[in-house]
Write a protein that binds this ligand. Structure first.
Ligand SMILES: N[C@@H](CCC(=O)N[C@@H](CS)C(=O)NCC(=O)O)C(=O)O
Length: 242
């Protein structure tokens, strides 16, 4: 890595939760770069495992070349670099506490509810009966977490008021999994559906999805270029070895 350069965030595909953090970077508007990660392919390599031993996206490589994993850690890294409070609130204030509460809920209970459905999809050797048990569990967990989130959402346009924040970004990266897994009927959760529609129409999120899909996209201008994953892995491994 150069001594100081733009931070690089992974864009995991297909359907990575990273799209939420890409959206947050776009809203923040500070220079950053992206590296696309095929989660069904190159994420499984030994080189990637050296970047993130838990074999997951998102991963952030900071401008100093530090590797930071975990959505919540990356969200807090963004919060600390948001002096104008475009996507966060002043730490220590009730609004900031509430933002952290939302991000934590979305990143744990809400995201985790889909886990059995992903396992059902990826468990190649499993019997159909076992897969259906997993799907049933997933549908029930997703429904519960949707009911809980629906009850948390107020009358404002976004989770914490009239402008989008890190909480909305983390939400958007994951909420779309409902369609893919047909986990619940989104119409049963009108506040969640309205929020999804609002964010999914936002140019920042559209940009995140276009990058994920490998399509040409014009974002806010903050994204300074795509970096091949091989370059990121090579530079990160030489930084770790240094
Ligand atoms: N705790 C991690 C979980 C991230 C996560 O679930 N990542 C998914 C993609 S959205 C992943 O990489 N799963 C591994 C796989 O697909 O095998 C975080 O919050 O960053």
């Amino acid at each position: 890595m150069n001594p100081i350069s733009e931070p690089i965030l992974t864009s995991g595909f297909p359907l990575g939760s990273s799209a939420g953090l890409v959206t947050a970077f776009e809203w923040l508007g500070q220079p950053y770069r992206l590296t696309r990660v095929d989660m069904l392919g190159e994420m499984r390599t030994d080189a990637y495992k050296r970047l993130n031993g838990r074999v997951e996206t998102p991963v952030l490589i900071t401008g100093e070349g530090r590797v930071l994993t975990e959505t919540m850690a990356i969200a807090l890294w963004l919060e600390a670099r948001d002096p104008d409070r475009r996507i966060s609130f002043e730490p220590g204030t009730p609004k900031a506490d509430r933002l952290h509460q939302y991000v934590a809920f979305l990143n744990t209970g809400f995201t985790g509810a889909f886990f059995p459905m992903w396992v059902a999809l990826e468990a190649e050797d499993a019997t159909e009966e076992y897969r259906e048990t997993l799907r049933k569990l997933g549908r029930s967990l997703v429904a519960t977490r949707h009911e809980q989130l629906e009850a948390m959402i107020g009358d404002s346009d976004y989770l914490l008021g009239d402008r989008p924040t890190l909480a909305d970004a983390v939400f958007a990266g994951v909420a779309r999994w409902v369609d893919f897994h047909k986990a619940v009927d989104p119409r049963h959760y009108p506040r969640i559906l309205a929020l999804r529609k609002r964010i999914e129409a936002d140019p920042a999120f559209c940009f995140a999805v276009a990058i994920e899909d490998g399509k040409p996209a014009a974002g806010s201008g903050a994204m300074k270029g795509l970096v091949p994953l091989a370059d990121v892995l090579r530079k990160a491994s030489s930084a770790l070895a240094a």
